[in-house]
Design a protein around this ligand. Structure first.
Ligand SMILES: [Fe+2]
Ligand SMILES: [Fe+2]
Length: 185
């Protein structure tokens, strides 16, 4: 398997998570009763699986490997991807603040969470589309088999360091549990 194929598989998990976030937003906007722990569990996957682990692999390893082949960081597709990761982090910060308010009984915070979660889902879904269809194919063109192999090893190391061994797979199950509990968009 190519390193970029592993990232596409992670995108599939993240897209399911985005469906859960949109279903959560719909429920919260309708004033539906969702236990605060559901928002916390969603945030845990967003922060650790999507951002620290997946975006960590791209920012720390894939993009630098592409830069070594002359694909510029500034002013090109890599720069756009990095800016979108940062934009995503701002939505995550807003979601975190709203989830804390919601847990302390502030009903309006549910709507703030919904707005930030929707913004995040829209941003990430077009981001994933661009990576799958433009950026990763570009990487596959310039990276050798050896480099893809080395990236795979480095990805494994990132998983262990950032979220702990075996946890990566556990997140998929957690997304499945949330789909059952909250539904999908
Ligand atoms: Fe990305
Ligand atoms: Fe990605």
């Amino acid at each position: 398997m190519l390193a970029t194929e592993q990232l596409v598989e992670e995108h599939n998990v993240i897209e399911r998570l985005l469906g859960v976030l949109e279903a959560t937003a719909t429920k919260l906007d309708r004033g539906g009763d969702l236990p605060p722990e559901v928002l916390e569990r969603e945030l845990d996957i967003v922060r650790n699986f999507a951002d620290r682990c997946h975006h960590g692999k791209e920012e720390g390893r894939l993009f630098p490997a592409m830069e070594q082949h002359g694909i510029p960081k500034q002013g090109g597709p890599i720069g756009v991807m990095l800016a979108e990761h940062d934009k995503g982090r701002e939505y995550v910060r807003q979601m975190g603040e709203a989830a804390a308010g919601y847990a302390s009984g502030d009903k309006r915070a549910g709507r703030s969470f919904a707005a930030a979660a929707r913004g995040y889902a829209q941003l990430l879904s077009q981001h994933i589309y661009k990576e799958n269809n433009i950026l990763y194919p570009m990487a596959n063109k310039v990276l050798s088999q050896d480099e893809q192999q080395r990236l795979m090893q480095q990805f494994e190391q990132i998983e262990t360091e950032e979220i702990g061994e075996g946890k990566h797979h556990e997140y998929l199950h957690e997304v499945e549990r949330l789909e059952k509990q909250v539904g999908t968009a």
